[in-house]
Design a binder for this molecule. Structure first.
Ligand code: FAD
Length: 805
């Protein structure tokens, strides 16, 4: 056995095998995949093998699309039988909400490039003459998907990898993984140790146990899942063509033809079972394990499945499979670095690992070998979960996710499983005032305030919260608003070497003067955007860095792992030590001045300055910054001081008509200001020039991480633009295709209605020739083409006079 390898992959299921192949395709075959039993002997072998094109996430849809492109080619490439059935898929819509969701996904199909049509009952009947269509109003017909033999696909990927020089070792368990002083790993196996530069956890249902070997966690719960296969069906015997795979919320499952039999898989929404209860994970000896059938558990949905396909009920059940699937709390895979570790990667947590395996392997291999993937990986990064994702939280969320597998979720819908987990000390106060919270990185954060008890009528169109948000915006624009943004990630960076270090790792200059504030970006060596932070210089050798709540662990890794041994500085994560209260609006200065002796006038406290002052007797770091484009301060007190500070501000603010506001209002106001957001516009797909952020690149700075790649003059395929959209009752939200005549030239990244400017606005990533101000194109919003014009300046207050006021 090899004793050294650049990459060791632990686990030979669909995920591990695909990664091995794509590492080789990307140029690295000094790799070793170690499987404790046979390849596919975990979850993969018993999967039903379906590979849908349709999923609710734009980036995940790219992963699915790539798999569906790859799998039909594998048999010719390797000679391995994969039994690919290109029968397509039919996703049934049983009501208008489901149809609206299909229209949104139809938009994805245009920009990603998979074939999808929305079809009516006649076409559904033509594609599957055996289907009863009660409740059905339409369906998505996707032609690039199908199903394959999971074992065949996995073995083909492993063979393709071996053909390119990779090594696969079976019947050898990894029993420990130990860090070496030089950053490499000792991978200890039953047959000896291997020194590896990088290790990947592709251990499926064992991912949590393998992560524990290095002191990490993989937030997954393994669920039992059934499908049944019927006896052969006479009607199928007479046909040469195969019916598409059907997916249906009424059945909460999938239905298809399996050779000449029927196959029905059920996501039951009652009586769910974790696998291997009570401990939740398999014994190491487990291999090709199935659980006893429990048809009673799935019977109500099975009956509905037979209602849909009566011919399935005419013959008996021949085989029942009840196997284990790993699930994460949000249903997306874990792809990327493990938090706090160098060179330890996750490639696990997928509940649709056959459909996703191909794409997951491709994009993770790019990230591992080149520093960036070509698609936005933020929603797959394992560091989106932290210590808050404990066993109970993960289990609650996973049960919810499993139950909702075939339910289409409407925009903004809040699901409460596992919540609340992390709360600001203001949580109950705000809730008592009608706050509707949303969850980010475990934090409960204000989304909007229901002052009259209304509940949001969720949907794609402007809804009954539109007016509420307009009023919150008006309060901020005309008077003063207050917002609890305690979830911000916060770092104290101090020491003699702090300035030089920050100057090296951030693209923009860090503030030269004490009290200065700068917006900075952290880039990969390839120049792509990794992080965005606001840095305040509190003292000669003390800086305060703030970033998105969801980026806390990523940014902590970015910061701590960038320190060189000769740099003298300290980085402390103070996220949970300080609260954040944002006070914004033209009356904010008058209001705060009543509570402080500090001079808040423009001379003493100008825009983009930060100071430690007292407000209402509480010590705060006060930063004069605004993400909403109005005069205002962000106040960062010690966490325990937050309630007293809020109460004093609220009390003093009554005179000025103070109002609470939430993240819906923030989003519309930041788009009016043309502020791009990390993870939607500012992503690992783009460099700073492609993101149209040249203002934050100091071209004269001798060096910073990613400088050479940023300044590389190679033609840039895409650019972020800011546009006004001629929307009617539905605004862009991101993921909508951008069309020039019949050609797709890009995709929106986010959008909203701007109440102050009374315009519908969007950011989009388009071909550079459409990036010039005044360029026109269409945005396909929920199936309707809407004209859009590229703007050359922020729609609201382009010269920042309100913030400087
Ligand atoms: C009934 C059923 C139907 C399904 N149908 C579908 C479907 O139609 N479409 C779809 O996309 N998905 C489906 N799935 C889900 C799919 O099977 C999984 O998402 C996928 O197989 C996960 O692949 P994996 O590589 O992550 O895990 P696995 O296939 O479990 O591979 C992990 C491997 O790691 C090995 N391993 C673990 N620890 C060690 C160690 N310490 N040392 C060495 N080796 C180790 C294990 O032996 C195992 O082989 C279904 C699942 C079930 C149960």
């Amino acid at each position: 056995m090899k004793t050294n390898a650049r990459v060791v992959v632990v686990g030979g299921g669909m995920m591990g095998a695909s990664l091995l192949y794509h590492l080789a395709l990307e140029g690295c075959s000094d790799t070793l995949l170690i499987e404790k039993s046979e390849l596919t002997s975990g979850s993969t072998w018993h999967a039903a093998g379906q590979c849908p094109s349709i999923t609710g996430s734009y980036n995940l849809a790219k992963i699915h699309a790539y798999s569906n492109e790859l799998y039909p080619t594998l048999e010719a490439l390797t000679g391995q039988y994969v039994s690919w059935h290109p029968c397509g898929g039919l996703r049934l819509a049983n009501n208008q909400h489901e149809l609206d969701w299909l229209k949104r996904v139809y938009g994805y199909s245009k920009s990603i490039g998979f074939r999808m049509e929305i079809v009516g009952l006649d076409e559904i009947k033509r594609l599957n003459p055996f289907l009863t269509t009660d409740h059905v109003i339409a369906a998505a017909w996707t032609r690039d998907d199908g199903h394959g033999d999971p074992s065949g696909l996995c073995n083909a990927l492993a063979k393709a990898a071996r053909d390119l020089g990779a090594t696969v070792i079976r019947h050898n368990r990894v029993i420990d993984i130990r860090p070496r002083r030089n950053g490499e790993w000792d991978v200890v196996t039953e047959k000896g140790s291997i020194v590896a530069e990088m290790v990947v956890n592709a251990a499926g249902c064992y991912a949590r146990q393998v992560a524990a070997m290095v002191g990490a966690d993989a937030p997954i719960t393994n669920m039992q899942h059934h499908y049944v296969v019927t006896h052969p069906i006479p009607a199928f015997m007479e046909r040469s063509e195969e019916i598409p795979v059907m997916r249906d919320s009424y059945t909460s499952g999938y239905l298809r033809q399996e050779q000449k039999s029927g196959l029905m898989g059920i996501y039951e929404s009652a009586g769910l079972h974790e696998a291997w209860t009570p401990r939740g994970f398999p014994e190491w000896e487990s291999s090709n394990e199935l659980f006893p059938d429990d048809l009673d558990r799935i019977a109500p949905w099975l009956e509905r499945a037979i209602e849909r396909m009566p011919i399935f009920g005419e013959v008996g059940i021949r085989r029942v499979i009840n196997g284990a699937i790993p699930h994460t709390p949000d249903g997306a895979p874990l792809l990327g670095p493990a938090s706090g570790l160098r060179n330890f990667w996750m490639c696990c947590g997928t509940s649709f690992g056959i459909a996703q395996g191909g794409g997951c392997g491709k994009y993770l291999a790019q990230w591992m070998l080149h520093g960036d993937a070509e698609i936005n990986m933020a929603e797959f990064d394992p560091r989106r979960f932290g210590a808050f994702a404990d066993t109970a939280y993960v289990r609650d969320k996973v049960f919810q996710d499993y139950r909702l597998t075939f339910t289409t979720r409407r925009p903004g819908e809040e699901e409460m499983a596992g919540r609340p987990k992390k709360m600001s000390p203001l949580h109950d106060r705000l809730q008592a005032q009608g706050c509707v919270h949303t969850e980010t990185f475990g934090w409960e954060r204000p989304k909007w305030f229901s002052l009259d008890g209304r509940a949001e009528d969720h949907g794609y169109e402007r809804n009954n919260v539109f007016d509420v948000v307009r009023d919150e915006v008006a309060a901020v624009h005309e008077r003063v608003g207050v917002l609890d943004l305690t979830g911000f990630a916060k770092f104290d960076i101090s020491g003699a070497g702090a300035e030089a270090y920050l100057d090296r790792v951030c693209a923009n200059h860090v503030p030269r003067k004490v009290g200065g504030i700068a917006l900075v970006h952290l880039l990969s060596t390839g120049g792509r955007i990794q992080g965005e932070m606001t840095i305040t210089r509190l003292d000669d050798d003390k800086f305060y860095a703030l970033s998105a709540a969801a980026a806390e662990l990523r940014d902590q890794d970015l910061l701590t792992q960038s320190v060189s041994p000769d740099e003298a500085l300290r980085i402390e994560n103070v996220t949970e030590e300080r609260g954040v209260l944002v006070v914004s609006g033209p009356r904010s200065r008058e209001l705060l001045s009543r509570l402080t002796d500090a001079d808040l006038g423009n001379g003493a406290f100008p825009w983009l300055r930060g100071r430690e002052i007292r407000i209402a007797g509480q010590p705060v770091r006060a930063l004069r910054v605004s993400y909403v484009g109005e005069l205002g301060w962000e106040l960062h007190p010690p966490m325990a001081s937050l309630p007293a500070l809020y109460d004093a501000i609220w009390e003093a603010g009554r005179k000025y008509g103070i109002a609470n506001y939430g993240l819906y209002a923030v989003n519309t106001m930041r788009i009016e200001k043309g502020y791009k957001a990390w993870s939607t516009e500012l992503t690992n797909e783009l460099n700073m020039l492609e993101a149209d952020m040249p203002r934050f690149i100091p071209f004269d700075k001798p060096d910073f991480v990613g400088k050479a790649a940023t300044l590389d003059r190679a033609p840039r395929p895409l650019k972020i633009v800011y546009a006004e959209v001629a929307a009617t009752d539905t605004d862009a939200r991101g993921g909508e295709p951008v069309l020039a005549r019949d050609r797709c030239i890009g995709v929106t990244t986010s959008g909203a209605y701007g109440h102050r400017v009374e315009k519908s606005l969007a950011f989009a990533c388009v071909e550079p020739e459409f990036a010039v101000p005044g360029s026109r194109f269409d945005v396909l919003i929920q199936g309707e083409r809407r004209g859009a014009t590229v703007l050359g300046a922020p729609a609201f207050d382009p010269d920042n006079s309100r913030m400087r006021g």
